[in-house]
Each structure stands twice: as C-alpha cells, then as structure tokens.
Design a protein around this ligand. Sequence first.
Ligand code: HSE
Length: 377
Amino acid sequence: MSGEKLKLGFVGWRGMVGSVLLDRMHQENDFEYFDTVFFSTSQKGEKAPDVASVDILWDAFDCDGLKKMDIILTCQGGDYTSKIHGELRKADWRGIWVDAASTLRMKDNACLVLDPLNKGLIKDEIHKGTLDFIGANCTVSLMLLALAGPIKANMVEWISTHTYQAASGAGAQNMKELLKQMGHLYKIGENLIEDPHSNILELDKLISHELQGKSNYPQDLFGAPLAGSLIPWIDSPMENGQTREEWKAMVEGNKILGLGGGQQIAVDGTCVRIGAMRSHSQAITLKCKSDVNFSEFSDLISEAHDWLDFVPNNKEDTLKRLSPANYSGSLNIGVGRVRPMNLGKEFVNVFTVGDQLLWGAAEPLRRFLRLYLEVTV
Ligand code: HSE
C-alpha cells in the first residue's frame, strides 16, 4: 500500500457510544493515521469536528459519498446498519465496515472484535478478506475480558453469569429516567427522610406506593421502576425462554473465541437491569474442567492482560473498588470475589465490573482500526 492515509468515514459520532469513541480516538491520536470524513444523518454541510480532513459534514444517507471511504465506522445504530450496509455491498463497495450495532454480529461473514481475546482470529479474518468487523454485546465483551486467563488456558467447561446491567445499556434517555426516578422518590419522601424521628414503615409505604405505579412515578422508558427496584428482563424474548441479551452471551462469546461445535463453552444466566449509571457487573459461577488450584487460578485471572484490576476477596477492597461507580470512565476491568464454592472443587465464584461504554462498546472498535493498519499498511 502507498503512503497515503486510508479514508475513514465516521457515522454516529454524536450519540453516547459515538461520543465516547470519538473521545478515546482523540486521546490515542487515532485520527492522525486516517483522513477522516464525518457523516451526519441530519446536519450535512455543517462544520465537522477539528480532527476531520474535510471541513464539513457529509450526508450519512448518500451512498456515493460513503463509497469513497476505505473504512466506515458506525455507532449510528441497527436501523442505520440495516438500511445502508446492504445498499453499499449491493453497489459493490468493498471497504471495511466497523460497527457497534448488533445487526450483523451473527452473520457468517462478520468477525466480532475483542482483540485481547481474539487478536489472532481478527488478523486471520483481515488476511482472508473479511470486510465486516463488529463490536460484540457489552456484557459478553466484559465477561470475556474478566475471564480471559482461564479461558485462554482452556480450563473452562461452562459459565453461568447473572448480570447487573447499568441504565446506559438501555440508552442515554434511560440514564436520565433513572435519575428522574431517584429524584422523584426523594421528593415524595423528603419530609420523612429528613426527619430523624420519622417512622420507617410509614416512609416505606409512601415509597412503595410510588414504586407500585399507583402514582406518577416516571417510568415511560423502562416500563417499570428501576431506582428502588430492578428489572430482570433485557431486550426481546427468545422462543426458549431466554431474553435476547441472555442468548447473546453464548453465541457471541463463542464466536469471539472462534469456538464451534463440541468445543463451545456453554454460557447462560439471567440478565438484570439495575440502577447503576454506566458500568455493568456480573456474578459468575465458573465450572472448570478439573479441580482448581486457587493460587494458580488467581494468578491466571489477574495476569491475563493490562486492564485486569484484581480485587482481593476481602471486605475493605471490595467496598472500596469493586463497584460500578468505581469503574465508570475507566478502561480497567474489576475482578474480585474470586473464591472456591461449596458446589465442588471445579467451581469458582467471580464478580466482575466494567464500563459498558468503553470496553463494552467503543474500545474494541478503535483498537480494531489500529490493528487493521498494523496488518495492512
Ligand atoms: N444490550 C446492552 C444493555 C447494552 O442493554 O445493557 C449494549 O450492548
């Protein structure tokens, strides 16, 4: 390839995931390696961000413009992918499509990107001429990053993961609704909350009345109370009783790892929305293929990659570090509560927390772009 920079088209850079990605790409000077055109679905012709190689925004629905790109990076969402990706491919565009949405993930000709786990597989796919590279579901990526050590050591027979997913996974407006719910509850109970002598059961009755939807508790987006409660359902139903979020854990997890047929790791559990802002947590039961030596196992977990933040299994460190609040805005993946279980010598208990917008969405995409350059330029 010549010394010319690749043309990168960026769509959906103003949304929540897109903004986090833009920010990370700034921090890592990624834009220096590309001639970047920013696209917009609604504001073509307006001024593009400073890092752009072209001053104005191009129309994100104009396939002729998009086709000029070597790489299209999109955080615009599944509807945009469904509309535009097919049109571009039909028009014989052979560029690289990099996407945060789930639309293309399980297509045979798409590769899921999570390079600390599958760098070799991504490189093979680039060499093979694969054109679609997609970020995986946030909980799947975060789970695999937490368990990278034992997974790479081929120790894992199955994984049961129960999630505690932040409001951000449902979208920016949902984060605001969570805060509205919190504020609403406080306002309703304020006099009793601030009175040190008030009766707690009276306060609880007042709050429960709100949570049970007997008043005007703000829950249009979630469809249920989240602050002061939880929602054990994420995404749409599957025929087997799982939710789609639960289904993704096994199919996407094994696809990332390149495991098929009898080699697959079984993964299942319940996905739950809780009132955290932007970091997802998971309580994991790991069934290993043989009895576990705990000191070796802890080393394997904690030394797996640069972002692994191992939290010793004690109260002080757990309270101080192993929380969604602590990992929000951080690339670190917290892993703690690692201990043997009463279930048998092959079982391990793990609790993990990671930022849903960073490693859960934006980071694998920007790292793929750099890897693509490393492999091809
Ligand atoms: N589906 C995830 C959630 C977020 O609802 O939390 C995006 O991967």
